[in-house]
Design a protein around this ligand. Sequence first.
Ligand code: ADP
Ligand code: MG
Length: 633
Amino acid sequence: MSNTAQKETMGFQTEVKQLLHLMIHSLYSNKEIFLRELISNASDAADKMRFAAIADGALYEGDSDLAIRLAFDQEAKTLTISDNGIGMNRDDVIEHLGTIAKSGTAEFLQNLTGDQQKDSQLIGQFGVGFYSSFIVAKQVEVYTRKAGFDVSEGVHWVSAGEGEFSIEQVELPQRGTTIVLHLKDDETEFADGFRLRNLVRKYSDHISIPVVMEKQHFGEEDAPAEAEEETVNTATALWTKPRADVSAEEYQEFYKHVAHDFQDALNWSHNKVEGKLEYTSLLYLPSKAPFDMYQRDANRGLKLYVQRVFIMDEAEQFLPMYLRFIKGVVDSNDLSLNVSREILQKDPVIDSMRSALTKRVLDMLEKMAKKDADKYQQFWQEFGQVLKEGPAEDFANKEKIAKLLRFASTLDDSAEQNHSLTDYVARMQEGQDKIYYVVADSHNTAKNSPHLEIFRKKGIEVLLLSDRIDEWLMSHLMEFDGKQLQDVAKGDLDLGAIEDEADKAAKEQQQEKLKDLVERVEKLLAEQVESVRVTNRLTDSPACLVVAEHEMGAQMRKLMEAAGQAMPSTKPTMELNPEHPLVTKLDQEADEDRFADLTQVLFDQALLAEGGQLQDPSAYVSRLNKLLLELSA
Ligand code: ADP
Ligand code: MG
């Protein structure tokens, strides 16, 4: 015999152990899904086999009828799932059945609370996969040989799903993978022909290759001696069927297979395109964001098929980055079976498919927003942040994306982002020509910003923005429906027609009256401010800070600095509220020292109110205390 390697025992990666524990405990009430997962893997392996054989037909070893076989033994309490797909070699087995390769997994699992209810929701962000077999099995054996490898290079893997697994080289005449589940004593219900057939029809009917069982498993004892087989699924690719022939349940089950998700999809769009380009797409919107959505190397993209033949997973070229949460299938009749990632990047056919698929997704979202606002809010909570990347990435669809955005607003001051720009525009006041918004680090800071005072007084709605990406988003959006988007903390406040003549006259009069004060403050704070002026935007606060119209706001500045960009320092303009008693007092203050203290405190407070950081916090505290003592003296 060949140099058969010794049996070796290895430990699971820590993350696998944690996940196994979590899965076994939290999915117990849903244990039958293990079968769906194993059949889904076998189907993927068949897809990969067919693809590999395009380049090298010999890999079939004369066996090109791809199928999945289910068998059981009631006495031995085993359930066996075999496929003649691509199989795995030793390295594949160690990697795929011993580790979780996704980056960020360790950090993610640290968030486990120990609260089973909460933790079980986390599972959905992972996908369950092969390890779910341990929900029903006390021991799992895998026999597998990869296509193109010698019969002596088979691998036998065994584990009880606790801390470790063993791996051994064995001779396997059959290419592909056979999984033997040694069922737990109270899980023998799965060693039953009718039960298994029902489960296949419920969860795996959409699998495009046959799932086969022996007829004698259904008690047909007078079946001929040589085993007769029955195909228990429909075995046609689901996306090739007309929409009317596919039920919602079937769409959902197929989703779980393509997306490797455990939960239902929130929505989908299934379309067949004919004409110059011919392709079918089935695009799904997940209901939960995966844990690695912001990981740079996270999986994204669609499953690509060419004329029903699987070509690749994660074909990223068919959708823009800001729609990376979409899962699904695209099946083209125009591309060549030899298409590669490199070709996809250059092919103009892909560009037009990409813009059509992008439109499909945006249309699906728009329809959902119209038809079912609650569902749309659910989407927005999970993926709104990602969609906000859209206007910067996809100029052509800017207006379409803008309609899909949702914001918090002074209309109700709630932190929930549920107001559209369209609704805002419909609520605009007589004479209002801009869409106003404020950006801050947190919803509370935004909601309590002094910049909102005049707007509240006049009853003008302002959008409250506090996501990290918001200022970046607004700088790309710039306008909506012909109305300029205006940051209320930027530039000289111009309320346009909303400001009446009396307001303007009063402002001019006050400017004149406080001319000296403005000069004194400007001189004192020369290092810290660009200029000082009187404002009518404040009602309750004595002062606020404003950046120039085309200057970067505080949020964007922080973002750039966090990304390691050195930012040139710019100084804000300080605005004083002429109606405020502290400003009046300041104007009358003859003692230069006290004037300096009070001025500096007003500046620091204005900075704090925006969520800014003081350069010298302890100096602020002692100055304030000094003023407080004088007050009580
Ligand atoms: P996922 O299917 O989401 O990748 P799984 O835990 O279900 O996660 O499977 C992990 C990996 O193990 C698969 O990606 C595949 O590489 C490998 N694998 C599992 N089952 C099979 C099989 N029947 N044939 C070949 N490879 C398999
Ligand atoms: Mg899987």
